[in-house]
Structures are given as C-alpha cells and as structure tokens.
Design a binder for this molecule. Sequence first.
Ligand code: ZN
Length: 425
Amino acid sequence: MCAAKSNLIESYFDRLWPLHRSISGEGLRKTYEILSELVPFNIIEVPSGNKVYDWVVPKEWKVNGAYLLGPDGSKILDVEENNLHLVNYSAPFKGYIDWRELQQHLHTKPELPNAIPYITSYYKEEWGFCLSENKKLSLPKEGKYFVSIDTELFDGSITLAEYVLEGDNEEELFFSSYACHPSLANDELSGPLVLAFLFNRLKNKKKRKFTYRFLLNPETIGSLAYLSLKNEELSKKMVAGYVLTNLAVEQPFRYKESKNVNSIGNKIASYNVNQLHGRVEKFQPLGSDERQYCSLGFNLPVGVLARGDNYYKEYHSSLDNKSFISFDAMNESIGVAEKICDVFEKNRILKNEYIFGEPNLGKRGLYPEMGRASNPDEDISAILWLLNNADGDKDLIDIAIESGIDFDILSKVAASAERKGVLIT
Ligand code: ZN
C-alpha cells in the first residue's frame, strides 16, 4: 500500500475530525471548504422552511458552547472535549435541575460502558447530553446540577456540495456520501474522503467516456433536497450510482444492490466485490441515502459500496475513532471505487464478424500476438470465449462473469481482435 497516499488521506482526516458537523451550519460548510482543496465543489444552500417532498428543511443549528456542572460545581462534561457530548441539534437551555429531571436528558450506551453514544434530535426540539455509562453511574443522585446549552436555531439553510466532472458523453456515474456526523471516523469521514480522493484520481485520467457526478450532503434531508432540485437530470443521465460509506476498516468489501436489480451498476459493482471475495447483498430499505434514491417515485440505480457490517459494535459511538480505522484500508477502498469506474469505461458490447465456425486466428496474427503474452493459455481461452459470446447483445462484463476470466484480460484480448476486424463494437 502506498504510504504517501495514506498519509495525505490522514492529514485531511485530522483537519476534518474536530469540526462540529450537523445537518446544517458552519461545521458542515467548513468540511466542504476543506474538501474543496481536492474537489472544486459547487456549494448549494437550501433555505430553512423549503418544502422538499414530504419534508421541510429545518432551521440552521449553531453551537456556541455546552457543559454540565455537578452539584459541587465541578464540570462533568463539556462539548469542547468531545462534540458527541451534546445531542446533535439540541435546543438551548440554561438552568439548575435535579437528578430525576436530568437523567431524562442523559444518553448512554450500556452495552459499551466506556463509549459516548452519538444521538441526534433533528426534527423534535429537545436538549440532551451523551456520556459513557460508567460516567453516568459515578454521578451523585442528589443535589442540583447546572445545565448550560448555548445553541441557536434560526432560519438559515442546509448545505450541499456538488461537482460534475465532464466526460465524452452525458451518461453519468454518480457518487455520493453524507457529511453530517460530527467526530466519527468509519461512519462517516471515510465516505467523504474516499469520494474526494476518487475524484482526484478520475480527474487525472486522459480520457473519460462517462461524466462523473459527486455529491456530499447531510444524510436524508440533503439527498431529498438534491433530488428536489435535480431529479429530472439524474433520471435522464444516471447509468449507475453508489453511496460510499464505512470504507475505512480492514474488512471485506460489501456491495448493497440498488433496488433496480438488473442494472449495470449492480452487475459491475458485484463483479468487482466478488473478485475481492466480498459480499453482495440484495436491496433492503434500511440504510443511508439509497433509501431516497431507490424510493418508488425515483427508483434510481443507486447501490452502496461499504466494508464490513453495517451496524458494527462501535457504530455511532466515540469508539468509532481514529484508532478504529486504517488509512491503508481507505486507500484500498479508493482503488476499488476507481476499479469500478475503470470497468465501466472499458465495458462494451462486441459482435463477432465470423460466426460460422471459428475464424482463422493464426492467419490474422492473433495467435502469435497472444503467444508473446505473459499467460498465453489465458489469452487463448479469452479469445475463444469472446468469439463464442460476442453476439452483439452481451457486453464484456457478461462474458467475464460467465467465463470466470478476468475482465482486464478479456478487454485487452478483445482490443487485439478489434484491431484485426474480428470483433466490432
Ligand atoms: Zn451514521
């Protein structure tokens, strides 16, 4: 694994980690600003109060500070120490309360007694603190606690970041991830980072057949807002889409299919994940923004590229931190997303011009050319599979899946046969 690339990913991670992200506000904007060094994003602000389908864009949220003092005046927790301590979108509150009332506002994760959970309350005006179960158990049950939550909820906007990287044609591959979680590593910083570094690799390609659309958004409300603005364009141009999430752990790759079962996006991503001995799952309506993209009204071909289990033990807690993840794993994930794009770029439907018996390959110099290859048997096998399957209907990925021959070998051998006029596109 390339250490230099992993180090660069890590340096961005370190800058993004402390920002107090939410579904709106300065933490989210600053996240996009930092990632704009890698992707020249267009920033889209969608005002509070805007209706997006059955939802309304909520008020913007700002945190000035938040802490809890114990009955003896000592500080029990402070959002400055860990931004997970404050329930995300907490309404402002200041005052003395007793333990009975306080505990209704305290959230822990008893099964992980040292972890601070990540809790949100976007659509219900509440306030609360998150802390470890062990810390909660140590708190006195008598006396008055002092709560200070200095937050603001006001008419502002939610923010989206989009960039369209032009290719030779208008057909698009879509990559999205969400950027609304505060200091959490695998879920979520891995998603935006893989997306940004994937862009970096694709922009440096000399030739691109496809146009690539990248989107970062606050989860759910952001994808809905984006759909409300761009659904016609997406429906018209999108060939395949992938939500990128949970990509920083050294665990097998996982592809969750889009609802559109026979889509080319499912075929190509499944092929790549299967090649890596990963897992392919059917669509189910739990998860991230694919729920919106694959809803009945849109049914866009958007799947999910991830690693490991969806709901791992450390998920949505302070244990999903830098020491839980691997930057080499993230670098590898960028490579797999790039490979999916590469297969899309090279995939094509071929037609054999000599369908009555096999053509004389030797006479066209196709045997000797293959004879020089590093693995001639594999190349000969590839040409025979191509000739027998290139019916003008199947594409290269179909033949790769059926034959078990590596896609890149088939593509390279097909290119030789195309040069000799044996196969045509
Ligand atoms: Zn999450």
